[in-house]
Write a protein that binds this ligand. Structure first.
Ligand code: R5P
Length: 309
Protein backbone atom coordinates (compact mmCIF):
# COMPACT_ATOMS: atom_id res chain seq x y z
CA UNK A 1 0.00 0.00 0.00
CA UNK A 2 1.33 3.43 -0.94
CA UNK A 3 1.32 5.86 1.97
CA UNK A 4 1.04 9.52 1.16
CA UNK A 5 1.73 12.17 3.77
CA UNK A 6 0.33 15.67 3.50
CA UNK A 7 2.98 18.30 4.22
CA UNK A 8 1.67 21.84 3.90
CA UNK A 9 -1.11 20.51 1.67
CA UNK A 10 1.33 18.77 -0.72
CA UNK A 11 1.17 14.98 -0.73
CA UNK A 12 4.52 13.26 -0.49
CA UNK A 13 5.52 9.62 -0.36
CA UNK A 14 6.62 8.39 3.04
CA UNK A 15 10.31 7.64 3.38
CA UNK A 16 11.93 4.38 4.37
CA UNK A 17 15.55 4.51 5.50
CA UNK A 18 17.49 1.33 4.83
CA UNK A 19 21.05 1.14 6.20
CA UNK A 20 23.18 -1.06 3.97
CA UNK A 21 25.64 -3.59 5.42
CA UNK A 22 28.46 -1.03 5.31
CA UNK A 23 26.66 1.75 7.22
CA UNK A 24 24.38 0.18 9.78
CA UNK A 25 25.15 2.64 12.57
CA UNK A 26 25.14 5.75 10.38
CA UNK A 27 21.94 4.65 8.62
CA UNK A 28 20.22 4.17 11.96
CA UNK A 29 21.38 7.62 13.07
CA UNK A 30 20.04 9.17 9.84
CA UNK A 31 16.67 7.47 10.39
CA UNK A 32 16.59 8.66 14.01
CA UNK A 33 17.29 12.24 12.90
CA UNK A 34 14.25 11.98 10.64
CA UNK A 35 12.13 10.57 13.47
CA UNK A 36 12.00 7.19 11.71
CA UNK A 37 13.04 3.67 12.57
CA UNK A 38 15.62 2.25 10.18
CA UNK A 39 14.40 -0.77 8.21
CA UNK A 40 17.11 -3.43 8.26
CA UNK A 41 18.34 -5.20 5.18
CA UNK A 42 19.07 -8.91 5.38
CA UNK A 43 22.60 -9.57 4.31
CA UNK A 44 25.06 -12.41 4.21
CA UNK A 45 28.00 -13.55 2.14
CA UNK A 46 27.95 -16.73 0.16
CA UNK A 47 31.07 -18.89 0.63
CA UNK A 48 32.38 -17.68 -2.75
CA UNK A 49 32.19 -14.04 -1.68
CA UNK A 50 28.97 -12.96 -3.41
CA UNK A 51 26.55 -10.84 -1.39
CA UNK A 52 23.02 -11.97 -0.59
CA UNK A 53 20.69 -9.04 0.08
CA UNK A 54 17.02 -8.91 0.93
CA UNK A 55 15.26 -5.59 1.37
CA UNK A 56 12.54 -5.01 3.95
CA UNK A 57 9.07 -5.72 2.66
CA UNK A 58 6.97 -2.64 2.02
CA UNK A 59 9.40 -0.54 0.00
CA UNK A 60 6.91 -0.58 -2.89
CA UNK A 61 5.45 2.84 -3.57
CA UNK A 62 7.64 4.54 -0.98
CA UNK A 63 10.67 6.78 -1.17
CA UNK A 64 13.64 4.65 -0.19
CA UNK A 65 16.84 6.12 1.21
CA UNK A 66 19.70 3.63 1.16
CA UNK A 67 22.67 4.48 3.36
CA UNK A 68 25.81 2.65 2.30
CA UNK A 69 29.36 3.86 2.31
CA UNK A 70 31.91 2.33 -0.05
CA UNK A 71 35.03 1.75 2.01
CA UNK A 72 36.83 -0.32 3.05
CA UNK A 73 36.44 -2.91 0.29
CA UNK A 74 34.99 -0.48 -2.28
CA UNK A 75 34.09 -2.96 -5.01
CA UNK A 76 32.02 -5.20 -2.77
CA UNK A 77 30.27 -2.25 -1.10
CA UNK A 78 29.52 -0.56 -4.40
CA UNK A 79 28.05 -3.81 -5.75
CA UNK A 80 25.89 -4.19 -2.64
CA UNK A 81 24.61 -0.64 -3.11
CA UNK A 82 23.77 -1.24 -6.77
CA UNK A 83 21.96 -4.48 -5.92
CA UNK A 84 19.93 -2.72 -3.19
CA UNK A 85 19.01 0.20 -5.44
CA UNK A 86 17.91 -2.01 -8.36
CA UNK A 87 15.94 -4.24 -6.01
CA UNK A 88 14.17 -1.28 -4.39
CA UNK A 89 13.09 -0.06 -7.84
CA UNK A 90 12.05 -3.57 -8.92
CA UNK A 91 9.91 -3.83 -5.80
CA UNK A 92 8.15 -0.62 -6.82
CA UNK A 93 9.93 2.10 -4.82
CA UNK A 94 8.67 5.48 -5.98
CA UNK A 95 12.07 7.07 -5.59
CA UNK A 96 15.53 5.85 -4.59
CA UNK A 97 18.07 8.06 -2.87
CA UNK A 98 21.51 6.51 -2.47
CA UNK A 99 23.28 8.13 0.46
CA UNK A 100 26.92 7.23 -0.06
CA UNK A 101 28.89 9.31 2.42
CA UNK A 102 32.21 8.15 0.99
CA UNK A 103 31.90 7.57 -2.73
CA UNK A 104 34.67 5.30 -3.94
CA UNK A 105 36.32 6.06 -7.30
CA UNK A 106 35.73 9.79 -6.99
CA UNK A 107 39.46 10.54 -7.30
CA UNK A 108 39.56 9.02 -10.78
CA UNK A 109 37.45 11.82 -12.24
CA UNK A 110 39.75 12.56 -15.21
CA UNK A 111 41.91 10.64 -17.65
CA UNK A 112 45.25 11.67 -16.16
CA UNK A 113 47.10 9.20 -18.42
CA UNK A 114 45.96 8.02 -21.84
CA UNK A 115 43.80 4.92 -21.68
CA UNK A 116 42.79 5.35 -18.06
CA UNK A 117 39.24 4.61 -17.00
CA UNK A 118 37.04 7.56 -16.11
CA UNK A 119 35.90 5.61 -13.08
CA UNK A 120 33.61 8.24 -11.57
CA UNK A 121 31.67 8.38 -14.83
CA UNK A 122 31.34 4.59 -14.81
CA UNK A 123 30.05 4.71 -11.24
CA UNK A 124 27.40 7.33 -12.03
CA UNK A 125 26.35 5.32 -15.10
CA UNK A 126 25.92 2.23 -12.93
CA UNK A 127 23.89 4.19 -10.36
CA UNK A 128 21.62 5.45 -13.12
CA UNK A 129 21.17 1.95 -14.53
CA UNK A 130 20.37 0.67 -11.03
CA UNK A 131 17.55 3.20 -10.71
CA UNK A 132 19.14 5.71 -8.34
CA UNK A 133 17.30 9.04 -8.61
CA UNK A 134 19.31 11.09 -6.10
CA UNK A 135 22.86 10.48 -4.96
CA UNK A 136 23.89 12.09 -1.67
CA UNK A 137 27.64 12.24 -1.06
CA UNK A 138 29.85 14.02 1.44
CA UNK A 139 32.85 16.07 0.31
CA UNK A 140 33.34 14.79 -3.19
CA UNK A 141 37.01 14.90 -4.12
CA UNK A 142 36.37 17.54 -6.78
CA UNK A 143 32.99 19.23 -6.77
CA UNK A 144 33.59 20.67 -10.23
CA UNK A 145 34.58 17.34 -11.85
CA UNK A 146 31.62 15.67 -10.19
CA UNK A 147 29.28 18.36 -11.53
CA UNK A 148 30.70 17.92 -15.05
CA UNK A 149 30.23 14.16 -14.94
CA UNK A 150 26.79 14.50 -13.33
CA UNK A 151 25.67 16.55 -16.34
CA UNK A 152 25.98 13.41 -18.50
CA UNK A 153 23.62 11.36 -16.32
CA UNK A 154 20.08 11.45 -15.00
CA UNK A 155 21.16 10.99 -11.36
CA UNK A 156 20.87 14.18 -9.31
CA UNK A 157 23.93 14.58 -7.09
CA UNK A 158 23.92 16.38 -3.72
CA UNK A 159 27.43 17.11 -2.47
CA UNK A 160 27.40 17.92 1.27
CA UNK A 161 30.37 19.04 3.35
CA UNK A 162 31.54 17.91 6.77
CA UNK A 163 34.37 20.45 6.90
CA UNK A 164 32.47 22.98 9.07
CA UNK A 165 31.67 20.17 11.54
CA UNK A 166 35.34 19.15 11.69
CA UNK A 167 36.37 22.78 12.16
CA UNK A 168 33.88 23.13 15.04
CA UNK A 169 35.33 19.97 16.58
CA UNK A 170 38.91 21.23 16.59
CA UNK A 171 37.80 24.74 17.59
CA UNK A 172 36.34 23.29 20.79
CA UNK A 173 39.66 21.57 21.47
CA UNK A 174 41.97 24.56 21.52
CA UNK A 175 42.22 25.41 17.82
CA UNK A 176 40.09 28.56 17.87
CA UNK A 177 41.83 31.07 15.58
CA UNK A 178 44.14 28.37 14.18
CA UNK A 179 45.67 28.49 10.68
CA UNK A 180 43.69 26.26 8.26
CA UNK A 181 45.84 24.49 5.69
CA UNK A 182 44.96 22.42 2.67
CA UNK A 183 47.84 20.20 1.57
CA UNK A 184 47.08 20.94 -2.06
CA UNK A 185 45.84 24.01 -3.93
CA UNK A 186 43.04 21.86 -5.42
CA UNK A 187 41.58 21.50 -1.93
CA UNK A 188 41.85 25.16 -0.96
CA UNK A 189 38.06 25.39 -0.62
CA UNK A 190 38.39 23.07 2.41
CA UNK A 191 40.82 25.42 4.15
CA UNK A 192 38.62 28.40 3.24
CA UNK A 193 35.50 26.78 4.69
CA UNK A 194 37.36 25.75 7.85
CA UNK A 195 38.88 29.21 8.18
CA UNK A 196 35.39 30.71 8.28
CA UNK A 197 34.68 28.62 11.39
CA UNK A 198 38.08 28.90 13.07
CA UNK A 199 38.48 32.60 12.36
CA UNK A 200 42.19 32.31 11.52
CA UNK A 201 44.16 32.63 8.29
CA UNK A 202 44.13 29.92 5.66
CA UNK A 203 46.42 28.76 2.88
CA UNK A 204 47.88 25.77 1.08
CA UNK A 205 51.01 23.86 0.22
CA UNK A 206 51.63 22.65 -3.33
CA UNK A 207 51.39 18.89 -3.66
CA UNK A 208 52.08 16.89 -6.75
CA UNK A 209 51.86 13.17 -7.24
CA UNK A 210 53.74 11.12 -9.78
CA UNK A 211 50.93 9.57 -11.80
CA UNK A 212 52.89 6.37 -12.37
CA UNK A 213 54.62 5.71 -9.04
CA UNK A 214 52.16 7.53 -6.75
CA UNK A 215 55.08 9.31 -5.08
CA UNK A 216 54.20 12.66 -3.48
CA UNK A 217 56.26 15.81 -3.50
CA UNK A 218 55.19 18.83 -1.50
CA UNK A 219 56.36 22.37 -1.89
CA UNK A 220 56.29 23.83 1.61
CA UNK A 221 56.14 27.58 1.27
CA UNK A 222 56.58 29.93 4.19
CA UNK A 223 53.21 30.61 5.78
CA UNK A 224 54.41 32.54 8.85
CA UNK A 225 52.85 30.12 11.30
CA UNK A 226 55.55 30.34 13.99
CA UNK A 227 53.92 29.89 17.42
CA UNK A 228 50.47 29.56 15.86
CA UNK A 229 48.20 26.50 16.11
CA UNK A 230 47.35 24.99 12.73
CA UNK A 231 45.02 22.37 11.28
CA UNK A 232 45.51 20.38 8.07
CA UNK A 233 42.17 19.73 6.34
CA UNK A 234 41.93 17.13 3.58
CA UNK A 235 39.06 15.20 2.07
CA UNK A 236 40.76 11.80 2.38
CA UNK A 237 43.52 10.27 4.44
CA UNK A 238 44.59 7.02 2.82
CA UNK A 239 48.29 6.20 3.19
CA UNK A 240 48.65 9.30 5.37
CA UNK A 241 51.56 10.52 3.23
CA UNK A 242 49.91 13.78 2.16
CA UNK A 243 48.79 14.82 5.63
CA UNK A 244 52.08 13.73 7.22
CA UNK A 245 54.05 15.91 4.78
CA UNK A 246 51.80 18.88 5.52
CA UNK A 247 52.01 18.43 9.31
CA UNK A 248 55.79 18.12 9.07
CA UNK A 249 55.96 21.30 6.95
CA UNK A 250 53.94 23.26 9.49
CA UNK A 251 56.01 21.96 12.42
CA UNK A 252 59.26 22.83 10.61
CA UNK A 253 57.98 26.40 10.33
CA UNK A 254 57.48 26.51 14.09
CA UNK A 255 53.72 25.98 14.30
CA UNK A 256 52.59 25.25 17.87
CA UNK A 257 49.95 22.49 18.06
CA UNK A 258 49.03 20.90 14.75
CA UNK A 259 45.86 18.88 14.15
CA UNK A 260 45.04 16.63 11.20
CA UNK A 261 41.40 16.60 10.10
CA UNK A 262 39.90 14.64 7.22
CA UNK A 263 36.42 13.75 6.12
CA UNK A 264 37.03 10.22 4.85
CA UNK A 265 39.30 8.20 7.12
CA UNK A 266 40.50 5.38 4.88
CA UNK A 267 43.64 5.01 7.02
CA UNK A 268 45.62 2.26 5.36
CA UNK A 269 48.03 0.38 7.66
CA UNK A 270 50.73 2.75 8.93
CA UNK A 271 48.80 5.96 8.13
CA UNK A 272 48.17 6.97 11.73
CA UNK A 273 51.78 6.24 12.75
CA UNK A 274 53.04 8.32 9.80
CA UNK A 275 50.90 11.30 10.78
CA UNK A 276 51.78 11.05 14.49
CA UNK A 277 55.48 10.71 13.68
CA UNK A 278 55.21 13.91 11.63
CA UNK A 279 54.10 15.67 14.84
CA UNK A 280 50.28 15.76 14.75
CA UNK A 281 48.84 16.50 18.18
CA UNK A 282 45.25 15.60 17.26
CA UNK A 283 43.69 13.46 14.52
CA UNK A 284 39.98 13.61 13.70
CA UNK A 285 37.68 12.48 10.91
CA UNK A 286 33.98 12.34 10.12
CA UNK A 287 32.06 9.05 10.23
CA UNK A 288 31.60 8.67 6.47
CA UNK A 289 33.77 5.58 6.86
CA UNK A 290 33.81 3.68 10.14
CA UNK A 291 36.92 4.79 11.99
CA UNK A 292 38.26 5.11 15.49
CA UNK A 293 39.13 8.70 14.57
CA UNK A 294 35.51 9.65 13.86
CA UNK A 295 34.76 12.65 16.06
CA UNK A 296 31.84 14.12 14.13
CA UNK A 297 28.83 12.55 12.47
CA UNK A 298 27.35 13.36 9.09
CA UNK A 299 23.97 11.86 10.05
CA UNK A 300 22.39 15.29 10.50
CA UNK A 301 23.73 16.55 7.17
CA UNK A 302 22.35 13.55 5.30
CA UNK A 303 19.00 13.68 7.11
CA UNK A 304 18.71 17.39 6.32
CA UNK A 305 19.29 16.68 2.65
CA UNK A 306 16.79 13.79 2.58
CA UNK A 307 14.14 15.98 4.16
CA UNK A 308 14.24 18.23 1.11
CA UNK A 309 13.86 15.43 -1.48
C1 R5P B 1 44.03 13.48 -3.19
O1 R5P B 1 44.32 14.45 -3.89
C2 R5P B 1 43.23 13.60 -1.92
O2 R5P B 1 42.69 14.88 -1.76
C3 R5P B 1 44.05 13.25 -0.71
O3 R5P B 1 45.04 14.24 -0.49
C4 R5P B 1 44.73 11.93 -0.89
O4 R5P B 1 43.80 10.95 -1.30
C5 R5P B 1 45.41 11.50 0.38
O5 R5P B 1 46.06 10.30 0.13
P1 R5P B 1 47.24 9.80 1.04
O6 R5P B 1 46.76 9.80 2.47
O7 R5P B 1 47.53 8.42 0.52
O8 R5P B 1 48.40 10.71 0.83
Amino acid sequence: MVRLLSIHGVFKHAMIVVPGPASKELGEAVAAQLGLTAQPVEHRLFPDGESYLRLPEGVGGEKVALVQTTAPDPDRKMMQLLIMARTAKDLGAAHVAACVPYLAYMRQDKRFLGGEALSLDVVLGLMEAAGVDDLVVVDAHSASSLAEIEAGHRVKVHNLSAIPLLAEYVKERGYDGAYSLSPDVGAIRLAEAAGRVLGGRHGYFEKSRDRRTGEITMEVKDLEVGGVNAVVFDDIISSGGTTARAVEGLKRQGAADVAAACVHALFMPGAEERIRAAGADLIVSADTVESRHAGVTVAGLIAGCLEKL
